[in-house]
Design a protein around this ligand. Structure first.
Ligand SMILES: [Zn+2]
Length: 390
């Protein structure tokens, strides 16, 4: 690159940061991410949020850089990775690890239980940490366990994960109920009564439509991308997106490079068996050498075509045009995507790039505030209100 070209690039990179509109907007913007999976690292790898890392996607220094304000942390035990008797203990252990990590960093984080908590904690300059469960299989088919999870801070639950369960069909599992089962409808009633948001990511299209029909409160898709742009199984078609939106719900965009771009997904999908076998060979040896696991993940990620952050912004724009700007949010799936993030959106320090991208597309400040966090906050509050009415 010539000196002139590099000077030009440098100016282009610096200019938006000096844009007074951008600076002003960033001052008090609430960035609220609906799905980040870091807690298992606290539990398994002694990953500490106060330290800066050159791997994984969230820690306090990078969260500060990216002006992240609130996170719904995801707790999970993939049904295919753990025997059934480990599902509930695993959910509890990672929830305990999350609470402990928040308590260990009182100057930077605080646990939030309500929408009002999120606003107060954000105003105080700390990160509001919330918790969620990824998969109905984690409550051992017990509504009593669900109620206890609500007390412990769980504010949404994904009805099913990668496999169908007694409540709902998964998008990636064998359909067994043609949507939501009668027990699933009972679960939805109880979640509405508690004020726990129903999350429809991962479940089959029919299950989403059933959930929206039976829920008295707006639902979320906590980490889903648009099928119209990237036609892969985990993404949502426009008619499903519109049905969620019509009942006040929010679709929070998944940042996984393979979910944003079909060509990237195809390479990911083709290599997955080989990748998973290599990872299994490493994780079978205890104590696990996690750096070796990350090296395998990096090796396979490098085989995928690069996906630029502009594709991510294009998905947001599509969601806003399809569902309405009141029904779009962020659900990065950071620390759940094994490092497969788009170029320019490598970790939580990069959220301001999305703000710039939306500004470039002509979105107003108020619309950007909604997409970056206020829509999700509104749904949390509406679920609290529906609960109070019962
Ligand atoms: Zn997921």
């Amino acid at each position: 690159m010539t000196r002139l070209a590099s000077l030009f690039l440098l100016t282009a990179l610096l200019l938006p940061a000096q844009d007074p509109r951008f600076t002003n907007l960033m001052k008090d913007l609430l960035i609220f991410d609906a799905h980040i999976d870091t807690p298992r690292y606290f539990a398994d790898e002694n990953y500490r949020l106060r330290d800066r890392h050159n791997y994984y996607e969230l820690d306090i220094p990078r969260m500060r850089e990216g002006k992240l304000g609130a996170v719904m942390f995801g707790l999970y035990a993939q049904p295919q990775d753990f025997p059934p008797e480990r599902w509930l203990p695993r959910a509890l252990e990672t929830l305990e690890a999350l609470h402990a990590e928040v308590e260990a960093n009182p100057n930077d984080m605080e646990f939030a239980y309500t929408a009002a908590d999120v606003e107060r904690i954000h105003k105080s300059g700390k990160l509001a940490a919330l918790a969620s469960l990824e998969g109905g299989h984690l409550i051992a088919d017990s509504l009593g366990v669900l109620r206890l999870f609500y007390r412990l801070g769980i504010r949404y639950m994904t009805l099913a994960h990668f496999a169908s369960n007694n409540f709902a069909d998964s998008m990636t599992g064998q359909p067994i109920h043609t949507g939501i089962s009668p027990f699933g409808r009972e679960l939805i009633r109880e979640m509405n009564r508690l004020g726990m948001i129903i999350d429809v990511s991962h479940i089959s299209d029919k299950a989403v439509l059933d959930a929206v029909e039976h829920s008295r409160a707006p639902v979320i898709a906590s980490h889903s991308s648009a099928k119209a742009i990237a036609p892969i199984i985990r993404n949502m078609p426009d008619n499903v997106i519109q049905t969620i939106a019509k009942r006040g719900g929010v679709i929070c965009l998944n940042f996984h490079a393979g979910y944003l771009d079909k060509a990237a997904y195809d390479v990911f999908f083709r290599n997955r068996p080989a990748r998973d076998a290599e990872i299994k060979a490493v994780t079978d040896v205890k104590p696990v050498d996690w750096e070796k696991v990350r090296a395998i993940q990096r090796k396979y990620f490098e085989k995928m075509p690069k996906v630029d952050v502009s594709v991510l912004v294009r998905h947001l724009d599509h969601l806003a045009k399809t569902a309405g700007v009141d029904h779009v949010g962020l659900g990065s799936d950071f620390d759940g995507i094994s490092g497969m993030a788009p170029v320019g959106m490598e970790d939580v320090s990069k959220y301001p790039t999305i703000v710039k991208g939306l500004m470039k597309l002509g979105y107003s400040d108020q619309d950007i505030r909604k997409i970056m966090g206020l829509n999700l906050l509104r749904v949390l509050r509406q679920n609290e209100e529906v609960s109070k009415q019962q």
